[in-house]
Design a protein around this ligand. Structure first.
Ligand code: GUN
Length: 298
């Protein structure tokens, strides 16, 4: 059997189209234009690429994009002041502070300063807590994108055994909550898990989010499983590779896994494009909620 390849690029393009349509209607019916502010401190090259792509796709969806680039030696106080300014700015519906931040800045403090209603990353403790209790907060973009891909393969995930490999606050933990809400039986595995291959072999849904190139092998996968690969790892350039950049690979050994799995995301072109599409979707949802006014808090 060869797995179906889950076309994240196409599914993300579809979602961006839906977002653009919602933006158009908000403009036409209510005269509002959702806005996303992205803050980048320093000039980490990977972060630069993300921020540029985010800005481009925000504008392409018809939304306003506000970019704030601050020098690497920005103080925590200065960044907190900018966050407060964005919290108060009525043109801004979503705020994203690109991580990682330089060492002199406490990222947790910055995240807690963001208005939870504008926290389109879903990293603020209020949104984390709302996801844990299952009550309508903003959900982090990458796990949300993974869930949409899973739903694309199978509309009803009820009763399936799901294994999430990785326990980060950005992906693993929120992913586990989302799968629980889909009525999966969820196990979160990590670096101290005993006999990880055997555990993975029981998974109908396997989500890999560890950041270790091709760690998950073909013989760890249950025949017919749905495999979602969140990893984006750049291998050292092969000798004779003229580009000098090295291949991008996921956390799953793709060529082996596709012989066993029922469906699998490629890297690149799987989860990656969904993350930014979900960011746009979270921003337009935040704008819609603001338009509806403050609802009951509970
Ligand atoms: N850096 C890498 N991924 C992310 C993300 O999803 N959000 C933010 N804010 N920073 C990141």
């Amino acid at each position: 059997m060869t797995a179906n390849i889950i076309d994240g690029a196409a599914i993300a393009a579809e979602l961006r189209g839906e977002v653009a349509e919602t933006v158009r209607r908000l403009g036409e019916n209510h005269g509002i234009k959702p806005g996303l502010a992205v803050v980048l401190v320093g000039n980490d090259p990977a972060s630069e690429v993300y921020v540029r792509t985010k800005a481009k796709q925000t504008v392409a969806a018809g939304m306003a994009s506000f970019e704030h680039r601050l020098p690497a030696d920005t103080s925590e106080k200065e960044l907190l002041a900018l966050v407060r300014q964005l919290n108060a700015d009525p043109r801004v519906d979503g705020i994203l502070v690109q991580l990682p931040l330089p060492p002199q800045i406490n990222a947790g403090k910055v995240i807690e300063a963001i208005d939870p209603a504008k926290d389109v990353d879903g990293f603020h403790p209020e949104n984390v807590g709302r996801l844990a209790v299952g009550s309508g907060g903003i959900v982090p973009c990458t796990p949300l994108g993974c869930l949409l891909l899973l739903r694309h393969v199978r509309a009803d995930l009820t009763g399936l055994d799901a294994v999430v490999v990785g326990r980060s606050a950005i992906v693993g933990k929120p992913m586990a909550h989302l799968l629980l809400d889909e009525n999966c039986t969820v196990t979160t595995a990590h670096s101290r898990t005993r006999d990880l291959p055997a555990l993975c072999r029981r998974a109908d849904i396997l989500v890999a989010a560890v950041g270790r190139p091709e760690m998950i092998r073909g013989d760890w996968i249950k025949p017919g499983a749905i495999v979602i690969d969140v990893g984006i790892n750049r291998l050292p350039p092969a000798s004779g590779d003229a580009s000098g950049k090295g291949r991008l690979v996921g956390d799953v050994a793709f060529d082996e896994a596709r012989e066993v799995a029922g469906a699998i995301t490629p890297v690149p072109g799987g989860v990656g494009p969904m993350t930014i599409a979900c960011l746009l979707s979270n921003t337009v949802e935040a704008a819609k909620r603001r338009l509806a006014g403050p609802g009951p808090k509970g």
